[in-house]
Ligand binder design. Structure first.
Ligand SMILES: C[S@@+](CC[C@H](N)C(=O)[O-])C[C@H]1O[C@@H](n2cnc3c(N)ncnc32)[C@H](O)[C@@H]1O
Length: 283
C-alpha cells in the first residue's frame, strides 16, 4: 500500500467528526497516531489511500453512517488494567460500602463503571464486592458503559491473557477466574457468577441525556476525561453527578482534577469526591 500521510485538510475533517462526536481532543500531535490506526482500517477495507478513505467517508452518507462506528472505535484510547489505582477499591470496600450497609439507599449496592474499556475495572469492582459478600449479607450490581463497541465486545467475553491478569491477587484468581489454554497462550475468564453481576452497555458521555434512570452509590469515572477539554469535562461530570445519589462517591483518576469546577462535590480523599445534596441531586 502506498505510504502517505493525511493532508492537513483531511486530518481537520476527521478531527471535527471525532471531537464533535466524542469530545476527544485531537490536536495536531495526535495526527501520527490517527494515521497509524487508520492504516489498519484501510487494509481491512482494501483501500489504497487516505484520500480514498476520506472521499468515501465524506462523499457517501450511507457509508459514513456505518463507517462512523469504526472511526470512533479507533479514535478511542482504551488502556486499562485490573486493580489500576488500587486505593479506590480499598475505599469502596472499607468506607463506601460500610456506610451503605449502615444506611442502605436501596435493595442493592449499585456502582457505575463509566468508561469501562475492556472490562478490567468493572470486574475488579465485582471481585472486591464479592469478597465483601463473604462477610456481609448484601447484594450489588454494576453497570459498565463505554462508547466503543469494540471494547464492549471484549468486556462481555471477559477473556484475558494470564499475563494481563497478573495484578489480580492469587486468592481472588482462585475464587473468581477460570483458566484455559489457547494454543501456546494461557488464558483466564471471569467466572459466570461475577459476569452476571456486570451489565455492559453503550453510552456516549456527550449525549445530552445519558438515557439512564438508575442512580448509583458509587461511580468510577477514571482516565476518561483526561481526553476532553475543560469545558467538556465540567459538562460531563455535572451530568454524571445527576446519576450519583447524595453522599455517593465519585472516583476520578489521580492524574485528573476537578479543581475550580462548579460541581456539587466535596473532595474526601485523593481523586475521590462525595456527592453533595443540592441542585440536580437525585431523589
Ligand atoms: C483509557 S480508558 C479508561 C478505562 C478505565 N476507566 C480505567 O481507568 O482503566 C478510556 C475509555 O473511555 C472511553 N471514552 C472516550 N470517550 C468517550 C465518550 N465520549 N463516551 C464514552 N466513553 C468514552 C474510551 O472508549 C475508553 O475505553
Amino acid at each position: 500500500m502506498e505510504t502517505e500521510v493525511l493532508t492537513p485538510a483531511q486530518f481537520a475533517d476527521f478531527q471535527e467528526v471525532i471531537t464533535g462526536t466524542l469530545g476527544i481532543k485531537m490536536p495536531p500531535t495526535k495526527k501520527v497516531m490517527l494515521q497509524s490506526r487508520l492504516h489498519r482500517r484501510l487494509r481491512e477495507l482494501g483501500l489504497e489511500s487516505f484520500a480514498e478513505y476520506h472521499a468515501k467517508f465524506f462523499g457517501d452518507p450511507a457509508h459514513q453512517a456505518t463507517e462512523l462506528e469504526h472511526l470512533l472505535n479507533l479514535a478511542t484510547t482504551n488502556k486499562t488494567d485490573f486493580f489500576r489505582e488500587p486505593e479506590h477499591f480499598d475505599q469502596l470496600a472499607k468506607d463506601v460500602l460500610p456506610a451503605w450497609l449502615r444506611a442502605p439507599s436501596g435493595p442493592v449496592f449499585s456502582v457505575w463503571c463509566a468508561g469501562c474499556s475492556t472490562g478490567e475495572e468493572a470486574y475488579t469492582i465485582a471481585m472486591v464486592l464479592a469478597e465483601q459478600q463473604r462477610t456481609f449479607s448484601f447484594d450489588f450490581s454494576i453497570r459498565a458503559t463505554d462508547v466503543s463497541t469494540r471494547v464492549l465486545e471484549t468486556a462481555r467475553q471477559a477473556v484475558y491473557t494470564e499475563e494481563h491478569a497478573a495484578p489480580v491477587p492469587l486468592a481472588l484468581k482462585q475464587r473468581y477466574l477460570l483458566r484455559s489454554r489457547d494454543g501456546g497462550e494461557q488464558l483466564v475468564r471471569i467466572g459466570p457468577d461475577l459476569r452476571r453481576k456486570v451489565r455492559f452497555g453503550h453510552l456516549n458521555f456527550l449525549s445530552p441525556d445519558f438515557g439512564m434512570r438508575e442512580v448509583f452509590d458509587a461511580v468510577f469515572f477514571r482516565n476518561v476525561m483526561i481526553y476532553f477539554d475543560r469545558a467538556t469535562q465540567q459538562q460531563v461530570v455535572a451530568k454524571i453527578c445527576r446519576q450519583l445519589r447524595p453522599d455517593g462517591r465519585l472516583f476520578i483518576a489521580h492524574s485528573e482534577t476537578l479543581q475550580g469546577m462548579d460541581l456539587p462535590l466535596r473532595m474526601v480523599a485523593a481523586a475521590a469526591y462525595r456527592r453533595l445534596p443540592g441542585e440536580g441531586a437525585a431523589p
